[in-house]
Structure formats: structure tokens, C-alpha cells
Design a binder for this molecule. Structure first.
Ligand SMILES: NC(=O)c1ccc[n+]([C@@H]2O[C@H](COP(=O)([O-])OP(=O)(O)OC[C@H]3O[C@@H](n4cnc5c(N)ncnc54)[C@H](O)[C@@H]3O)[C@@H](O)[C@H]2O)c1
Ligand SMILES: [Zn+2]
Length: 359
């Protein structure tokens, strides 16, 4: 088992950790009650193990499940969950465990942030994306009709338990989308990991023989993200913005596809391709490095081209909706070479249009 410190809490990475949940939570709460929040897919797979482990360590867990999918990340569900917690008698000295992907991580974290003005949050991520991205950094929240993640709070998890065994049941597309964020981290901060990924493959990392390599990839990504977040925890200095590499166009593609056509990581993959074209034009990214990035995304089963029929105008409209263009310029993360990135302020909508048209 690997242990990493991040955001004031601890992150455990390993195999067969779920049956140890109770033990790992011992240090957390003076009282014994906790809410185990999950979605119905994930609860069916793993909740029993965790309840058993918590109970045998003397905890009294209350299982609360909500339907799977982004549509559950709402204030309505926050209220329903909180009502259940109140009815179960959870007080200021109880804690929340979120068991699931990023959706559950975000909503359970938000509940933990506001319940009795804040109680500890434990995350048990069950998707690769949640392990390498959403469980780190302390951003929690829900969506509203006007947009994603518009209501939320910063609330760092006290403990994160990454058990790679849970990834075995994760559908392939869900597994692969985690690599969009992993490749993003390599591009902005770690040229060496980029080289390592070139010799790995998603299918190899999924096999039992690839477990060691997968554990070290997860650890490395946690370190990269938590280091960037530590420099700018509340998103004030702009450093955290580096994590948005590929996301300006990525978010716009997600939106243009009505959040149905692409998973987040797939849209980000396309966003990275666009950001690389812009980086080549404006930041001197060598063409062969741009090629290597596109190649690597493809090798992890991620899309790098948009179908001819996909409406490019809708993407541009979504970029404009999302971003403020000050005198025609936008703040946009570029990479001058693999392993580094910075926020450029000279990118124009024309640069973005050209890059999107080439996709
Ligand atoms: N807080 C942050 O910093 C941050 C960062 C990135 C993304 N996010 C959020 O994360 C969410 C996306 O996360 P996600 O991609 O993990 O989606 P998700 O939580 O919706 O999970 C995707 C699907 O996989 C299923 N699933 C999860 N684990 C499984 C497993 N082990 N086996 C089988 N099925 C499993 C779920 O039931 C769900 O249907 C979005 O809401 C996004 O806004 C937050
Ligand atoms: Zn992302």
C-alpha cells in the first residue's frame, strides 16, 4: 500500500483496501456514526463489503443511495441525503463516506461541507477519473439548470482510499476516459511520465500484471494534481488554472454534444488536440511533440478527431458562452513543450476556431 499526504488528509493507494475501510477510518471520528453515500450501480457492487468492514470496526453506517449519473448531482438530492442523515441521528461528530465516481465524490463532499457546517469527508473513488482527478483538490458541489458545478464549497477530504481492485468492473470507456486527465497531467507537468505512458497501454494497465504500473501511475497523478492545487488552493493566483489544459474546448465539446455524445474525458481528449494545435501556433510547441500527444491519446482509446458532421459552430458558441474575451483575447492554457504549461493571454477566438475546424 502507498500512502500520500495531500490537502491536509491522507490518500491510500493499493489493492484489497475496501475490507480495511473500518480500520482506516478509526483515526477519524470520535463518534461512531457515518453516512455511506453511493450511487445504485456502485452500491450494488461494493457497499456490502464496506458496511461489513465499518460495522466490525464498531461504526454505525447508514447507507444512502441515489440514482447513478450526472443528473443526480443536484441540490434536490443534497436535501434528500441530508434529511436521511438527520433522520438517522447523525450529528456534528459523525462523518460522510462517498463511495463512487466523481459524481458521488462531488455531492457527498458538498453534503459533508455543509452538514452541521462541516463534518469530515472520506472518499472511496471507484473510477479512474475520480482516483487521479476529482478526489484531489477539495472541490465539491452540484449542478444547476444554468450549468455544471455552479454551487459548491471547498472541503478537503480527510481520507481517500484508492483500491484499484474496484476498477475491474469499470466499463472500458469509463476506464479510458481517466487517461485524458492522466495524459493532461503528463503534458503540463511531467515529461518523464509522458515517456512511460508511451510504452504502456490502457489494456496492459487493466490486466493483473499491470497492477504495479497502474498503482504508480495513480500515485504520480495524485502528486502532480495536489502539488498544483497546494500552490493555489482557492483558485486565486491562477496557478490552478494549469489543470484546465484542454478543458476550454473540451467543455465546449461536451456542451455542444448535449453532455450525451462524449464522456468528459473524451471531450477533454479532443480539447487537448485543439490546445496542442494552438500551442504549436502560439507557444512554439514542436510539431513532432504535438504528433506524439495525439498519438498517445489515440493509443489509450480516446478520440482525437471529430466526425465531419459534428457542428463546429456549436462548439465555438459554447466557448464564447463559457469564457470572457477581453478585447478579443482569452486566457488559455498552452504548452511550449511536453512537461510544462502556462496561461497565455494572447489567444484569439480565430485561433480557437482554426483549431476546432481542424479536429
Ligand atoms: N471535484 C473535482 O475536482 C472534479 C474534477 C473532475 C471531475 N469532477 C466531476 O466528476 C464527475 C464525473 O466523474 P466520473 O467520470 O467518475 O462519473 P460518475 O461518478 O458518474 O461514474 C460514471 C459511471 O460509472 C459507474 N461506476 C463507477 N464506478 C464503477 C465501478 N467501479 N464499476 C462499475 N461501474 C462504476 C457509475 O455508477 C456511473 O454510472 C462529474 O460530475 C465532474 O463534474 C469533479
Ligand atoms: Zn477534467
Amino acid at each position: 500500500m502507498i500512502s500520500v499526504r495531500a490537502g491536509g488528509g491522507r490518500i491510500l493507494i493499493g489493492k484489497q483496501l475496501l475490507p480495511k475501510t473500518g480500520k482506516k477510518c478509526q483515526a477519524l471520528a470520535p463518534f461512531r456514526q457515518c453516512a455511506l453515500i453511493s450511487d445504485r450501480n456502485v452500491a450494488r457492487l461494493f457497499a456490502d463489503w464496506i458496511i461489513q468492514s465499518l460495522t466490525s470496526s464498531g461504526f454505525r453506517p447508514t447507507l444512502i443511495t441515489i440514482p447513478a449519473g450526472e443528473k443526480s448531482k443536484t441540490l434536490k438530492q443534497v436535501r434528500a441525503i441530508s434529511d436521511r442523515m438527520i433522520a438517522a441521528g447523525l450529528d456534528r461528530k459523525s462523518f460522510v463516506i462517498g463511495l463512487g465516481g466523481g459524481m458521488i465524490g462531488d455531492i457527498s463532499g458538498f453534503v459533508a461541507a455543509i452538514y452541521h457546517r462541516g463534518i469530515p469527508h472520506v472518499q472511496i473513488p471507484t473510477t479512474l477519473l475520480a482516483m487521479v482527478d476529482s478526489s484531489i483538490g477539495g472541490k465539491t458541489g452540484v449542478d444547476t439548470r444554468a450549468g455544471k458545478n455552479l454551487i459548491g464549497a471547498f472541503h478537503q477530504p480527510s481520507l481517500v482510499i484508492d483500491d484499484v481492485d474496484v476498477l475491474k468492473t469499470l466499463p472500458r470507456r469509463q476506464f479510458n476516459q481517466g487517461f485524458a486527465e492522466i495524459i493532461k497531467h503528463a503534458i503540463i507537468a511531467d515529461a518523464k511520465m509522458f515517456e512511460q505512458l508511451k510504452v504502456a497501454r490502457a489494456s496492459g494497465l487493466r490486466r493483473a500484471s499491470g497492477t504495479h504500473a497502474l498503482l504508480s501511475v495513480i500515485k504520480r497523478n495524485i502528486q502532480i494534481k495536489s502539488r498544483i492545487v497546494a500552490k493555489d488552493e482557492r483558485e486565486r493566483t491562477g496557478h490552478r488554472a494549469l489543470l484546465n489544459f484542454g478543458h476550454t474546448v473540451g467543455h465546449a465539446i461536451e456542451r455542444a454534444g448535449n453532455y450525451r455524445k462524449f464522456l468528459h474525458g473524451e471531450a477533454v481528449s479532443l480539447g487537448i488536440v485543439a490546445a496542442c494545435a494552438i500551442s504549436e501556433k502560439r507557444a512554439g510547441l514542436p510539431a513532432d511533440q504535438r504528433g506524439a500527444i495525439v498519438d498517445l491519446l489515440g493509443r489509450f482509446g480516446l478520440p482525437t478527431r471529430l466526425s465531419r458532421k459534428f457542428p463546429r459552430n456549436k462548439i465555438l458558441d459554447a466557448v464564447k458562452f463559457d469564457k470572457k474575451f477581453e478585447s478579443g483575447k482569452i486566457r488559455f492554457v498552452v504548452t511550449p513543450r511536453i512537461g510544462t504549461a502556462y496561461v497565455a493571454d494572447n489567444i484569439t477566438i480565430t485561433d480557437i476556431r482554426e483549431a476546432v475546424e481542424k479536429l
